[in-house]
Design a protein around this ligand. Structure first.
Ligand code: TRP
Length: 357
């Protein structure tokens, strides 16, 4: 009996900080659930992290932490291919090869590059954000800072991560959609230049579920690590409770059935993510008849979040204490990832005319 071939899903995360509830409910939980139905590949993008020149010791620690957090949250090395980007040397070679078909102009116009290049030079976004003005700013920068070439070619490396595994489904956030579009363009360009059908075009993928909104604690917008409004999976109970108790609220409903302000609607979103429907209904009723006490609502939210995060936090600590386990997961992941990567690389070399004599 021939087993139906599962579609290849691939996702990577830069090791720049700890995972928060937004990462968990927005992506990780879905990834964990998809492991039986898809050929799931997941990696820590430590080479991508190098583009912003992190401290080496910090990079190493962050890479280990994020891996431990993913494993603790349920990514299963028995089911998925879990690896460290820098363990796959084939990526670096294909990155060199693919760069021969990537335009410096299209890289310079990528939103993430403009953003990070300006940060590297310590300049803000000027009123004139045209491509011409940007090029003048970057190339003629009159500062003694520099924008490294790795930052420019970030999208090439990301495209290679995807194309070398021939992944067709790539779960990414909105900020990465442009990179995915470039990946498709590079694949098309490569295929048509050489007259082959080698590199499949990947699609953006959300595991088919409805998008999950995870708001932050500061009253507006979503949870994101840059905004300091985050609950991390590894926050200990004291820290977590304190953060939730400090969340922004309003003065409370004055009349029955009044509409909710954004900060309160956000707290209800958090409650819905972690509590039972009965508890949610109870607090909704209390809001509607003005008997709600925000302190009680927050206590409930904190305790229900802790029910989700506590087992994860405990497993993170166990995994971090077990270097042998981490090494064995990565060894196995690298083996599997390299199998497919080396096959694609051989095909790419052949097509481009890099052949034995
Ligand atoms: N650039 C992605 C981010 O910052 C991380 C990433 C690197 C990635 N390579 C990838 C995501 C390949 C999906 C597929 O979030």
């Amino acid at each position: 009996m021939s087993e139906q071939k599962k579609e290849i899903v691939l996702s990577g995360i830069r090791p720049t900080g700890n995972l928060h509830l937004g990462n968990y409910f927005g992506a990780l939980r879905k990834f964990v659930a998809a492991q039986d139905d898809y050929d799931c590949n997941f990696f820590v993008a430590d080479l991508h992290a190098l583009t912003t020149n992190p401290d080496p010791a910090q990079l190493h620690t962050n890479a280990k932490n994020i891996l431990a957090e993913y494993l603790a949250a349920g990514l299963d090395p028995e089911k998925s291919t879990i690896f460290m980007q820098s363990d796959i040397p084939e990526l670096s070679e294909m990155y060199l090869l693919l760069n021969m078909h990537v335009g410096i102009g299209e890289l310079m116009r990528t939103a993430s590059f403009k953003d990070k290049a300006r940060k590297a030079l310590g300049i803000g976004t000027p009123a004139d954000d045209s491509d011409e003005a940007f090029e003048k700013e970057i190339i003629g920068a009159a500062t003694n800072k520099r924008v490294n070439a790795g930052l420019l070619t970030y999208p090439t490396l990301m495209a290679v991560d995807i194309l070398i595994q021939k992944a067709t489904l790539v779960p990414v956030g909105k900020d990465q959609l442009q990179h995915l579009e470039l990946t498709r363009r590079f694949a098309r360009r490569f295929n048509s230049f050489y007259g082959v059908d080698l590199l499949p075009e990947p699609k953006d993928f959300d595991f088919g579920g409805a998008p999950v909104k995870v708001p932050g604690l500061d009253g507006s917008g979503k949870m994101g690590k840059s905004e300091g409004n985050c609950i991390y999976l590894i926050d200990d109970p004291k820290v977590l409770r304190k953060k939730v108790m400090r969340a922004v609220t309003d003065e409370g409903p004055k009349e029955p059935n009044s509409p909710m302000s954004e900060p309160i609607a956000n707290l209800f979103s958090l409650l819905e993510l972690t509590s039972t429907p009965e508890v949610v209904a109870q607090f909704r009723d209390a809001y509607a008849d003005c008997s709600i006490r925000y302190g009680d609502l927050k206590k409930q939210i904190a305790e229900d979040i802790l029910k989700v995060t506590t087992p994860i936090r405990e497993r993170v600590n166990d995994i971090l204490a077990d270097d042998q386990y981490i090494a064995s997961v990565l060894r196995r992941g690298a083996e599997r990832a390299r199998e497919r990567a080396s096959k694609t690389l051989a095909e790419v070399r052949e097509v481009m005319g890099i052949r034995p004599f």
